[in-house]
Design a protein around this ligand. Sequence first.
Ligand code: KIV
Ligand code: ZN
Length: 515
Amino acid sequence: MRKINVFDTTLRDGEQSAGVNLNFQEKLEIAKQLERLGVDIIEAGFPASSQGDFSSVQAIAQTVKGSSVTGLARSLERDIETTWEALKDSAEPRIHVFLATSPIHMEYKLKMTPDEVVENAVAAVKLAASKFPQVQWSAEDASRTELPFLARIIKEVIDAGATVINLPDTVGYTTPYEIGQMFKYVSENVSNIHKAILSTHNHDDLGMAVANSLAAIQNGAGQVECTINGIGERAGNAALEEIAVALNIRQDHYQADTGIVLKEIKRTSTLVSKLTGMVVPSNKAVVGNNAFAHESGIHQDGVLKNKETYEIITPELVGVSSNRMVLGKHSGRHAFKDKLKELGFNGTDEELQKIFIAFKDLADKKKEITEEDLFALMTEATVGTAIAHYELETLQVNYGTINIPTATITMKLPSGEVVQEAATGSGSVEAIYNTLERVIDGPVLLTDYRIQSISGGRDALAEVYVNVKYDGVESSGRGTAHDVLEASAKAYINAVNRTINRQQYNQKLTKSVNV
Ligand code: KIV
Ligand code: ZN
């Protein structure tokens, strides 16, 4: 059985998804969960791209010790030096340096001849290898690169010190057969290939990212790059959970497996979906809400007689629990703390107390508190609250089919002053947002609004996601509450607070750089 290394790029390629902007705390929380999931390598960001990315990569490298942490770098001295500064304290410093190799990228994007590209790649890898024990080199757009040139440049960068060679299908163009041929060609035509691990990285533009990754593994890839829920640039990247489960369930076919802790899959998927605001479709393989739902009578009958008639993956395997009710109104602090620990909580006593109060409040309104509810409260308390510049104190909405919806809101301003405002709208949510806009300094443009329930039932918690443009900056926000209108108000305020946070953070960084 071959062991395939899993390289997770949720925090780098995944974060490049349109509309996703994770803050420092959120990235750290996802990295900790990826470590629990057992990924071998976490690509934490692109340190030279911004001060914010630099700081989060550095913090993740200093915190996570169970997975190797890496950062992306262009083939530039400045990028490689910056990445070293961010990663030098990590358990196993590792850099991911890339350069495009396809004719179209070399001619139009890089404006370099093939010889210049080889020279540049070799120089970058030599510099990287003088600092990092592990150097991954990627041939961007490898799947559209001429194979003899690919073999030539790979040989040169391995001689220069590369330990991992990644061959990305950058534009999601290749097919399982073609990618298999590319890996076979490289394995057979690069004389020093045994000195490096081959890696595959696939985008999903034609819906073949997972199939292409598996074909590459069959043809020599020892590392697979992927993201949780398949998020990423354009149509996304290959989904980690699908690859890990496919290799596990079809070991007979692939003769390969990963070190992924499969029962952590569902929780990781939920966390990433919550923090990025990217909803997982119900029919998504492995982690969709319907992935284990047998709807037709014939299937249900078969499953009752023998599960294996229609079930190839058990929900338990990937951490989907059937025992939904976990705590109730009378559950004590002790049981509560134990359950949170089981869910991966490792926060402070102050955070625990905050979640306990929110739990008691929810238990007054909701009969059964499920794992999903607890997870939502936990996420809200640990990473959900951007520093509260604006704080909702009270909200009242008057709605009737023959009335004009009116909202009255009491808010605490960044100055500490408490103000009350009211406004109308054509619906309750619009009335709330019109009122909030009166309180908040400057216009707020709402560009997206989504609502969903956490777990089922009439008394379910509501979760609202919004995207706003405030002060020229696009930001997302989320709010969870027992009532949909309160969740809507919280999401909007959260988005504005996140924007202010980001601006203050950037100002602070600019000042420290100027100093
Ligand atoms: O898709 C791609 O080519 C990439 C590289 C930077 C590895 O993400
Ligand atoms: Zn990519």
